[in-house]
Design a protein around this ligand. Structure first.
Ligand SMILES: [Zn+2]
Length: 353
């Protein structure tokens, strides 16, 4: 959307001065990165920017959960700031073949080194059920892995409008699930809410992308934790009827969210992607250059073009709120953000070490 990298030096100076509160020389890398538009807090009302009826349809609770975590954990905002700074340094170095910042004094830290090639993410699935329907089959669980691998390895964007075809991205992540890493728990809890209680009771296993498949309630399909959060709550929670795809198996499904795109969207958050409308009006950003501005989420299966903020909404992006069947792309800019967290010093670098 907006400019990300090339900044007015004075602006970077102010940001750095506020952050460090010191008189130290500004390292070159700091001067190359503009953090002036960075924010992590979004009030719940911002999500429903387009109309009041949409407030009832906030199907993803990731930002709400993040806001609660920011209130509970004063160190989290700084950790997310540092992750964002690292991401922007990575993208800045990518756009500058010398990999160096502006000339100046002080020690220049090397820019993050990219991980090149397929990223392999082992998956762990916790199924927590209070009735037999919620105890979804292995076939339904495996169909979700198929969807993730399809969506994160997409190379054909002929199905998206011509306006967006050139920015479609193959993220090149391979998700693997060993059948031994599906664990099932019968539990009397009927609705788990979005307070991470399910993770406290059934803790994540380190070294995996953890999914908790359980009834959340309140019309919420799922929520994810962004990079930077506590390891004890890291992962993605999704309702059982939204996990997997009815294209590949029969099972417990709820259309129009029955094609596995809730997980694709939530894993996007887990990989540090924001909602495509930036969780605010036109001026709020998702920190991605090639996604157009939008003033709120889109629902259903919008006709093309849907115009907001003087540009065409990318309603088919996985980070919007449209129906599963009507989502089909990540962008090159989103891929850069994802790749950054696997680069040297990145928040999820351990997966590629
Ligand atoms: Zn979301």
């Amino acid at each position: 959307m907006k400019k990300l990298i090339l900044s007015i030096a004075a602006l970077a100076l102010i940001v750095v001065a506020c952050q460090n509160n010191s008189d130290e020389a500004i390292p070159n890398q700091e001067a190359a990165v503009d953090m002036s538009d960075f924010y992590v807090y979004t009030s719940n009302s911002d999500v429903s920017a387009k109309s009041s009826t949409e407030a009832k349809n906030d199907k993803c609770a990731s930002m709400k959960v993040l806001n609660q975590q920011l209130r509970d954990n004063p160190g989290l905002e700084n950790r997310m700031f540092q992750i964002e700074k690292h991401t922007r340094e990575f993208i800045a170095a990518k756009g500058n073949s010398s990999g160096k910042g502006k000339p100046g004094g002080g020690t220049t830290p090397p820019p993050p080194t990219a991980y090149v090639g397929t990223i392999n993410i082992p998956v762990y699935v916790h199924v927590i059920y209070s009735n037999s329907a919620q105890n979804i089959s292995a076939a339904q669980i495996n169909s979700q892995i198929t969807v993730l691998n399809n969506d994160f390895n997409d190379t054909n964007f002929s199905n998206v409008p011509a306006e967006f075809q050139s920015v479609g991205a193959d993220i090149d992540i391979n998700f693997t699930l060993n059948s031994a890493n599906i664990v099932r728990h019968s539990d009397a809890t009927a609705s788990w809410g979005t307070n991470n209680n399910v993770k406290t009771k059934y803790p994540p296993v380190a070294g995996y992308l953890n999914f908790w498949v359980c009834n959340i309630g309140g019309g919420i399909l799922g929520y994810a934790q962004f990079p930077g959060g506590n390891a004890s709550t890291d992962g993605v929670v999704i309702g059982p009827e939204y996990f997997g795809s009815s294209d590949f198996t029969s099972g417990y499904f709820s259309a129009p969210y029955d094609k596995g795109r809730t997980a694709t969207h939530e894993v996007g958050h887990w990989l540090n992607l924001r909602h495509i409308w930036g969780d605010g009006r036109c001026q709020q950003d998702d920190f991605v250059l090639d996604t157009p501005s939008s003033d709120g989420p889109n629902y259903g299966c919008p006709s093309y073009p849907t115009v907001n903020c003087k540009s065409t909404d990318m309603t088919m992006n996985y980070m919007d709120y449209t129906d599963d069947d009507c989502m089909n792309m990540f962008t090159l800019g989103q891929n850069d953000r994802i790749r950054a967290i696997f680069a040297s010093g990145g928040a999820r670098e351990s997966f590629v070490q």
